[in-house]
Design a protein around this ligand. Structure first.
Ligand code: MRU
Length: 345
């Protein structure tokens, strides 16, 4: 994509503001970890791998601020900063994965008794490594995923698992990019993805920038397209994958998987191994974020539902492993049963 999701320069994290895309291309600037937390919470930046990389830079900024202060209980304060970053969004495991990597580097540096500037240098290198590895992994998983795609396939995707949701290239859209680059003549259908419209705003933007032929639909049109065999494959991203293959992704993913299974359409999840939570056995253990009512009751600050109506707005759902035809990772494609194969990753 022409525009980078995140840029870290001169101790400022610049994030393309995904709340206003595609109408405006503006960068939000965070120069401390609190501003990074706000950016994740308010969804300036979103998408599991992008949140992971953003959290890593947030951790870097927190250490930088605290390490300069003389009269501060560093270990307590950094713990506090860490829990604030982790509390921003609970579902995507990449956030805690990114912070863990930074924490390990910090602990090693303390053990070696390194000087402050070396500590900061090591932390910055680790955050940049997370970014670079994510881009490389997405390109790798794109190649593996492309092996599942036939000439002229029509692919349905949900939400945005693209360059904007990652450090670059994308997961589900990484597979689509790889298929397009190999001249397979693919076409894409994009679910608009209520309520925040990541499909209509972000995936459509990415597809148009690359000239990939795409059609936007409302979420509820997907079932008919699957029934009519218009769609050859469904490819989605993931926010967290349990050890048995159960997958949390954007609300509506589960419903798509049920319909796809009913009509015998392959349903693929594309995700880097940083999205696998090796500490949980199954989907029920995943914390599903519930977001504020006004995402549903308002459209661009205009009220559309009657005042006082009860609202339930979960941001993600769990697709059971049984509904997933394959999981595409940077280490290869795995097919059910997943348990043992995920363990080996
Ligand atoms: O609420 P969002 O926009 O952060 O949700 C994003 C998704 O559900 C994506 O599909 C997922 O994070 C994978 S991104 C490569």
């Amino acid at each position: 994509m022409k525009h980078k999701t995140l840029i870290f320069q001169d101790n400022v994290l610049k994030l393309i503001d995904q709340r206003i895309l595609p109408l405006e291309i503006k960068y939000y600037e965070a120069s401390n970890y609190q501003e990074v937390c706000q950016a994740i919470k308010k969804m300036v930046v979103r998408g599991a791998p992008a949140i992971g990389a953003t959290g890593a830079f947030g951790y870097y900024l927190a250490v930088k601020e605290l390490i300069e202060k003389d009269e501060v209980d560093f270990s307590n304060e950094i713990k506090q900063a860490k829990s604030e970053i982790l509390a921003t969004r609970p579902t995507a495991v990449n956030l805690s994965w990114g912070i863990k990597r930074m924490e390990n580097v910090l602990n090693k540096a303390f053990k070696k008794d390194l000087e402050k500037n070396y500590i900061m240098d090591n932390l910055l290198k680790e955050a940049n490594r997370i970014v670079q590895e994510d881009i490389n992994n997405n390109k790798r998983l794109g190649k593996y995923g492309n092996e599942l795609i036939n000439e002229r396939d029509i692919i349905l995707t949900h939400c945005n698992a693209g360059s904007l949701a990652t450090a670059g290239y994308g997961t589900a859209l990484g597979v689509i990019r790889a298929a397009y680059a190999s001249d397979k003549g693919i076409k894409v259908y994009i679910d608009e993805t209520r309520p925040r419209l990541q499909g209509a705003r972000l995936t459509a933007f990415e597809m148009m920038e690359e000239n990939i032929q795409a059609t936007l639909i409302v979420d509820s049109a997907a079932a008919t397209l699957l029934k009519d065999q218009v769609i050859d494959k469904v490819i989605v991203g993931a926010d967290r994958i349990a050890r048995n293959g159960d997958t949390a992704n954007k609300i509506g993913t589960f419903m798509l998987s049920v319909v796809a299974k009913n009509y015998g359409i392959p349903f693929y999840v594309a995700a880097p191994t940083s999205t696998i939570d090796f500490t949980i056995d199954k989907g029920e253990e995943i914390d599903i974020e519930v977001r504020e009512d006004k995402e549903i009751t308002e459209i661009r600050s205009i009220r559309i539902a009657p005042k006082g109506i009860d609202v339930y707005n979960p941001a993600f759902d769990i697709t059971p492993a049984d509904n997933i035809s394959a999981i595409i990772t940077e280490k290869g494609v795995i097919k059910p049963p997943y348990q043992e194969k995920i363990k080996r990753l």
